[in-house]
Ligand binder design. Structure first.
Ligand code: ATP
Length: 263
């Protein structure tokens, strides 16, 4: 590990000028590099992030109205769930560890470490990171299996994802998302790419960056606690995921046309 880099993910703050146009994005990259060095992330996670950055550019690096709607519906679903679970991977633990714990508390969800590239060391490093950020309990045991998948990818916790009715995940692989849906679970996916297999197979797709989606959802969870159960249910019933995904694609295409005319 490069010792000139402090273990504090924000160490480069002083080196990235305040007025740098891509400052926030550079800080996020720096957090991911730190997570790689700390055994939380694998190199493939950096590549996945790069794909996300590209789509974030296309949506204007802002929470657009289609994402805000999906975030509200997702919170509604989590609030009405019997056994909601937030599935955490390396990218999520690197970017929003505190927010994961906060949202789980607001909607009474369990937190489970679930990795595509699973190793016991990495599971432990992520669980520790979440505990450092206030989590009291983190599910880590792979004592049940998702049917249809093979090897380490299929391991989940019996108490968590295996028995969950609603699962919130982000930056997930399409096969695993589809397998969870096939098990009868409602899957909420945060994914910047509206065309990914995950986005297309989830029950609710949030086309937004996790760094914006989590704080928004924490806010909505607090607001929605005052709302009657029937109203919350109505929000879910009226939601059409395919239509919302299509809104995101229409937004991107009209934005690109607008930008091309502004050149
Ligand atoms: P799929 O198997 O679903 O088609 P994929 O193979 O394209 O997915 P992966 O590399 O497995 O994708 O997962 C990364 C996904 O996460 C990408 O769709 C990417 O756009 C998205 N992503 C990356 N960073 C973020 C982020 N910060 N917030 C939300 N989504 C992100």
């Amino acid at each position: 590990m490069d010792k000139s880099r402090s273990s504090d993910a924000w160490s480069l703050r002083g080196l990235i000028p305040d007025n740098h146009p891509r400052r926030e994005s550079l800080i996020v990259r720096e957090k991911l590099v730190e997570a790689l060095e700390n055994g939380i992330l694998v190199a493939q996670g950096l590549i996945a992030h790069g794909r996300g950055e590209c789509f974030d550019y296309l949506i204007g690096e802002k929470t657009q109205s289609f994402a805000e709607l999906a975030e509200k519906v997702a919170v509604a679903m989590l609030l009405l769930a019997k056994n909601p679970v937030i599935s955490v991977n390396g990218n999520m633990a690197a970017l929003v560890p505190k927010e994961i714990v906060e949202l789980a508390r607001e909607v009474n969800a369990k937190v489970e470490v679930n990795l595509f590239y699973r190793s016991e060391e990495r599971v432990k490093a992520i669980a520790e990171e979440l505990k450092k950020n206030g989590a009291e309990k983190v599910l880590t045991e792979g004592d049940a299996t998702i049917p249809e998948l093979f090897s380490e990818r299929r391991k989940v916790s019996k108490e968590g994802m295996y028995s969950a009715d609603v699962v919130l995940l982000a930056m997930e692989d399409g096969d695993r998302t589809q397998a969870l849906v096939n098990m009868g679970k409602k899957v909420i996916a945060i994914d910047l790419n509206p065309l990914s297999r995950t986005s297309l197979s989830a029950t609710v797709t949030i086309v937004d960056n996790v760094i914006r989606a989590f704080p928004n959802m924490i806010r909505f969870a607090r607001e929605m606690k005052e709302v009657r159960r029937e109203e919350i249910k109505k929000l879910i019933d009226q939601f059409d995921n395919k239509k919302n995904l299509s809104e995101s694609l229409k937004f991107i295409s009209s934005r690109l046309i607008q930008l091309s005319e502004d050149l």
